[in-house]
Design a protein around this ligand. Sequence first.
Ligand code: HEM
Ligand code: 2DC
Length: 469
Amino acid sequence: AARPFEQVPGERRGGWLNLYRFWQEGGLHNVHNIMARKFQRFGPIYREKLGVYESINIISPRDAATLFRSEGMMPERFSVPPWVAYRDYRNKPYGVLLKKGEAWRSDRLTLNKEVLSPQVVEGFVPLLSEVGEDFVRRARAQVQKSGRERWTADFSHELFRFALESVCHVLYGERLGLLQDFVDPEAQRFIDAVTLMFHTTSPMLYLPPALLRGLNTRTWRDHVHAWDAIFTQADKCIQNVYRDLRLQRKSSREYMGILSSLLLQDKLPLDDIKASVTEMMAGGVDTTSVTLQWAMFELARSPGTQEQLRTEVLAAKHKVAGDRVKMLKTTPLLKAAIKETLRLHPVAVTLQRYTVQEVVLQDYRIPPKTLVQVGLYAMGRDPEVFPKPEQFSPERWLLPGSKHFKGLSFGFGPRQCLGRRIAELEMQLFLMHILENFKIETKRAVEVGTKFDLILLPDKPIYLTLRPL
Ligand code: HEM
Ligand code: 2DC
């Protein structure tokens, strides 16, 4: 028989003392490294209590498989307390990100049809490709302007704008024009608000929502302001589309974007549509832009791999006369490069689920309703799971039988990332266009680490050079 729950290794200190130590040791921006160290110290399973939250942490793909296979029809993850506290404080409805149970499931099934299903997703390709082409155009203009046949910069702000432009094009069927010289200050405020929202979440991550709502600290106030700005701006975009639809300003033949489809379908109440569309708009900025930054950085450091990708992309382009949908079907290495980027640089430090029945992990019996976290960052760098983990090598994803519960960057199952297909297409098309037009370079010697700011980010600016081919 399996061992009892109480015997799972870990520290036995109280949660508040732990949280205090954690603060003191600068753990705030270092959650990922602290976890990796704990797996080294305690082995592939350990328990932890921070503040009021107790969790079991696992690292092996086999345990992840056990966890996800028993997650049921309405999986629940850790509900980020400051996000819940804000919605309750302002009396704003939850979207799929924060809903639970049947309410989550019915919203999610309706959204899946418009955001994830293969038929609609193919329709996103021209919209996202267009934004990628604009980025190339802008980059060429910057090269011209520099007078040095190259463009060297920290691309993070450019990529934030690219990402917001992309997600808005598929959500609203409209362009914001963020890749021109003049950028709408409201859009820039939205981008800054999302970054601030993530940044102010982490210090309050382990405090219960009820406590947060009454707080009057700088962090909580900034957090509220950030979400206020996010909701106000998203609401403006949503109202625009709503008005155009009522005035029938758009022809009903062309694809009008996710929001219009949801409104015309009339299956979800308007408030629920708004809540989830706002979450997608906010969720679509930092996630893909940071991943693209890492991808370009890794490709710049591995010129051989970069050249292989370019060869694949150019061959695909040649074969199908530039049809992007078809190109995406013949570029496995490009897709593997994105998976490989997310292995080393995941957006989410962990995946989490509350167990619904008893499961056995590493021969310990884990009772129902336990918070279990899969250490995604630690798994991606574990030599037992990925041989030579420090090497950026997309080919490892093309070896047969090597992927079992290892490619988990977007989560798993019915609760996985809703924006997954948008994110993947956006990133694949972006890299395609870049590889077709530029060489990506960087100063070889610079090491860049990772910082936890709720999502994982580069700990310093990354300078890259684009050089026209
Ligand atoms: C959830 C990763 C981009 C919207 C998640 C989760 C992960 C994730 C790990 C939790 C999944 C789980 O618990 O199994 C990523 C990564 C991205 C990305 C790595 C890009 C590189 C996006 C984009 C959007 C988005 C572009 C919006 C269009 C969401 C939403 C949820 C979610 C709404 C919550 C879904 C639910 O609870 O039903 N994402 N994401 N994400 N993501 Fe993403
Ligand atoms: C943060 O301990 C660390 O995709 C916590 O687009 C556990 C945790 C729970 C949920 C995770 C979160 C972490 C990181 C950010 C994620 C989030 C679920 C969705 C969110 C992974 C790992 C994200 C970035 C969404 C955000 C949408 C939002 C802006 C409306």
